[in-house]
Ligand binder design. Structure first.
Ligand SMILES: C[S@@+](CC[C@H](N)C(=O)[O-])C[C@H]1O[C@@H](n2cnc3c(N)ncnc32)[C@H](O)[C@@H]1O
Length: 330
């Protein structure tokens, strides 16, 4: 049950009845309001989000305020007595109200950090997750070791690149690497291309639109690739409706892994060895409870062998690593 006191408080924050706030109200509507300090606005937004059961209401509100004031949210302490301008307050309210309707925080501020880089995101792309940083870390560790004394440039394929976060983090960490990144979504690739420009990686990350490996067939990569990496869609179709509302706002094409969530692995695993050189790596992020079935798919590939499993922060087996055998037919 909502607290009438904080509803009233947010009423003033939202320029009237909170739920009727549309974000397109004319500025003079706000001009009638008393100017508020950053601290007051923050307190109201935290209460508003908490009442609407948004997880981590304070962190969300702080990030919005930092975004509006163009300051890192960790520095807000120094801004607490600052009076917000009318337009800053309007922007802050708009973000808060949208968040209360379960729009993902990253879409609202238009960015997400991943491996210490900031990536532009919008509703056309999947939002990079911390679990996927574990995937990139695992690959970097193995690649750095094996390329320490190699005198050639590592070739990497990233399947389903989204905003380009995996491809660009690898390229950034391995200044010699060339990354081929595919996605079936042209809208996602537009975002990825923007991010490549932002990080000055256009020369080493090649984005190609198409279905998994299909667009790579003309690139003369067969038997030459050092790593294939992917965080494919892996949610079972029937589970999509029960995902949190924020996740359901992400593109369905980025989530839906087919009947059991395994369709992409069924396609990626058998095709990988055609592209990998001997001893090279296939690294996949996997869903909760999918390990055994994916392990079985790998075991069915005569020229591939297991190279490790990595758990995520919750202790769930999240990353599966496989290598193309060094012996055997190319
Ligand atoms: C779970 S998201 C991963 C995005 C990003 N790589 C990451 O890890 O944050 C899966 C991505 O696969 C893309 N995708 C879906 N089906 C595809 C297909 N058949 N071929 C290539 N990409 C596909 C989606 O558009 C989406 O960008």
């Amino acid at each position: 049950m909502s607290n009438p006191q904080s509803k009233w408080t947010y009423g003033s924050l939202a320029g009237g009845e909170a739920e009727s706030f549309s974000g397109s109200l004319p500025c003079r509507h706000y001009a009638q309001e008393r100017r508020v300090t950053a601290r007051e606005a923050l307190g109201r937004a935290v209460r508003f989000l908490r009442e609407r059961e948004i997880e981590s209401p304070r962190l969300n509100a702080e990030i919005f305020l930092g975004h509006v004031l163009d300051r890192p949210h960790s520095h807000l302490y120094f801004e607490s007595h600052r009076l917000l301008s009318i337009s800053q307050l309007a922007k802050f309210k708009k973000l808060t109200v949208k968040r209360s309707r379960h729009e993902p925080l990253s879409y609202l501020i238009g960015k997400q950090s991943f491996m210490n880089l900031s990536f532009m995101v919008n509703s056309k792309v999947y939002i990079p997750r911390p679990e996927t940083e574990i995937l990139v870390d695992a690959v970097l560790k193995l690649l750095r070791d094996s390329f320490l004394h190699a005198h050639r440039r590592p070739l990497i394929i990233d399947l389903g690149t989204g905003c380009g976060n995996i491809a660009m983090s690898l390229a950034q960490e391995m200044p010699e690497a060339i990354v081929y990144a595919t996605d079936i979504s042209g809208e996602a690739l537009e975002v990825a291309a923007h991010n490549a420009q932002l990080h000055h990686l256009e020369d080493r990350v090649v984005f190609i639109k198409g279905d998994l490996f299909d667009p790579l067939r003309e690139e003369d990569l067969e038997g030459r690739v050092d790593v294939i990496i992917s965080n494919p869609p892996y949610v079972a179709t029937r589970e999509i409706e029960s995902l949190p509302p924020e996740v359901r706002r992400e593109p369905r094409i980025a989530l839906d892994g087919g009947k059991e969530g395994l369709e992409y692995y069924q396609r990626i695993i058998p095709l990988s060895s055609r592209f990998l050189r001997r001893g090279a790596l296939l690294a996949l992020e996997i869903g909760h409870g999918q390990l055994e079935k994916i392990r079985h798919m790998i075991a069915c590939q005569e020229d591939m062998e297991p190279a490790g499993i990595v758990k995520d922060y919750k202790g769930i087996e999240r990353i599966i690593l496989t290598k193309k055998k060094v012996t055997g037919e190319e």
